[in-house]
Design a protein around this ligand. Structure first.
Ligand SMILES: Nc1ncnc2c1ncn2[C@@H]1O[C@H](COP(=O)(O)OP(=O)(O)OP(=O)(O)O)[C@@H](O)[C@H]1O
Length: 273
């Protein structure tokens, strides 16, 4: 039996048509799927298949032509720019292929940045940013600027920045696109382990089938359409087995309490009470 898990993202018959003069390009062509809380979801497809467009639509960066995108129960394309910006700050994090770090700022200042918008005070901001950079293995690079770091280190800063404010959903567009194989695997392990620890939802775009192995759900895209939604790990089952584990622990505890009471009763009887 599967437990009910929140659908964090619902995509309903979404289309995106770009107009180039008289030409119409249907980048996303009527797609439907949902993503559950805590799920690691991969949008997998070849170049030009429409995966980045779809990610940008889900993140509210681009406007849909038709359909609905519902995130945490809210139809994001009905929001005005101001509410959408607030919604993004509150619930979403981003990791980009080209890192998108501020070159004039140190690693620490870059990671502090999302917390400024959340109005976290300076002392707490520095503490959280430092902790996050330590978590991604950059304790010795806190005061380095992006140019003074390797690509892998810059992307670790990018990950720390995306996760520092504990957003419920993190969107990642080819986050390892500029990295070598070894660093790619390290960065992927990092994203996955941070997200699983905090039960965060990841939506990642890639053309690399090997990276899709990290996903719970793979959405295969071709020519703007979904070819297949492949469920690799059912997050509902994992949650269910956890619940069963918990209930058996509870059962053991309850049994122990009963045994203890019986022992006390026996003792009292022996003592003639
Ligand atoms: N701003 C735009 N104006 C016009 N056409 C666009 C625009 N953005 C994307 N397209 C077209 O939409 C289609 C999907 O592009 P998209 O960038 O989403 O693909 P992709 O799967 O992410 O590719 P890649 O892996 O190469 O980044 C392509 O045919 C592309 O040329």
């Amino acid at each position: 039996m599967a437990t009910e898990i929140e659908k964090v993202i619902e995509v309903k018959n979404v289309k995106k048509i770009y107009r180039m003069g008289h030409e119409k390009i249907c980048a996303v062509d009527g797609v439907d799927f949902e993503i559950l809380k805590g799920e690691f979801c991969c949008l997998l497809g070849t170049s030009g298949s429409g995966k980045s467009t779809l990610l940008n639509l889900m993140a509210g960066i681009e406007r849909i032509t038709s359909g609905q995108i519902i995130i945490k129960g809210k139809n994001i394309h009905k929001m005005n720019e101001k509410s959408l910006a607030k919604f993004r700050q509150r619930y979403l994090g981003f990791v980009f292929q080209s890192y998108n770090l501020m070159n004039s700022m140190t690693a620490l200042e870059n990671v502090e940045f999302p917390l400024v918008f959340k109005r976290v005070n300076t002392k707490k901001r520095k503490k959280l940013a430092r902790e996050m950079l330590i978590k991604v293995g950059l304790e010795k690079r806190l005061n380095h600027k992006p140019k003074e770091m390797s690509g892998g280190q810059q992307q670790r800063v990018g990950i720390a920045r995306a996760f520092v404010a504990k957003p419920e959903i993190v969107f990642a567009d080819e986050p390892t696109g500029n990295l070598d194989t070894k660093t790619t695997m390290e960065v992927m392990d990092l994203i996955k382990s941070i997200a699983k620890t905090n039960n965060q939802t990841i939506v990642m775009v890639t053309h690399d089938k090997r990276l899709a192995d990290y996903a719970d759900k793979i959405i295969h895209i071709l020519d703007g359409k979904i070819q297949e939604v492949e469920i690799v790990h059912d997050v509902r089952e994992k949650r269910e087995s956890k619940t069963q584990e918990n209930s058996s622990e509870e059962e053991i505890e309850a049994k122990e309490q009963i045994q203890e009471k019986e022992l006390i009763q026996e003792q009292e009887e022996l003592n003639g009470k």
